[in-house]
Write a protein that binds this ligand. Structure first.
Ligand SMILES: [Cu+2]
Length: 149
């Protein structure tokens, strides 16, 4: 690569100018690389501030009355502690009032709460999460086939 540069560039420019070009382009490349790495890192850390994984509803099948919602909050493989979690249950059909609950951290990064479901059928449980630094994370899970008691 260096040899190729010399044979091509030195035909047109003096040795001194050629060396300047090497330095200049070398630095430019370094800065470009640094900028790309930096932007990748910040984009990744923002997108992956916290991810909801291992969402469960219990019992199975779900039933009218109290149901337990459990999930884990992670940043990569690191548990995210200290989040505030509000739960909201909505039925998939229109015209019903939502139900609300909250979830507490029961072990590092693992949150659990109760929602009292009021009708048979298909529900969507929303997780409204506020991270310790104030950022919001929204997630949801389907709780389908809620049974009569
Ligand atoms: Cu309903």
């Amino acid at each position: 690569m260096r040899h190729g540069f010399k044979t091509v560039e030195l035909r047109r420019v003096s040795l001194r100018t050629g060396l300047f070009y090497v330095k200049h382009h070398g630095f430019a490349l370094l800065f470009l690389t640094a900028a790309m790495v930096t932007s990748n890192c910040s984009r990744t850390s923002q997108a992956a501030a916290a991810t909801v994984v291992e969402k469960h509803a219990a019992p199975q099948p779900p039933h009218i009355g109290p149901n337990t919602i459990t999930f884990r909050l992670v940043n990569g493989s690191v548990p995210v502690s200290g989040a505030m979690v509000q739960l909201e249950g909505d039925m998939t059909h229109a015209g019903m009032a939502p139900v609300f609950g909250s979830a507490k951290e029961i072990s590092p990064g693992q949150y659990q709460g109760e929602l009292t479901l009021t009708m048979q059928g298909d529900w969507v449980v929303l997780m409204h999460i506020t991270l310790p630094d104030g950022r919001k994370v929204e997630d949801q899970m389907n709780v389908n086939g809620v049974q009569a008691k």
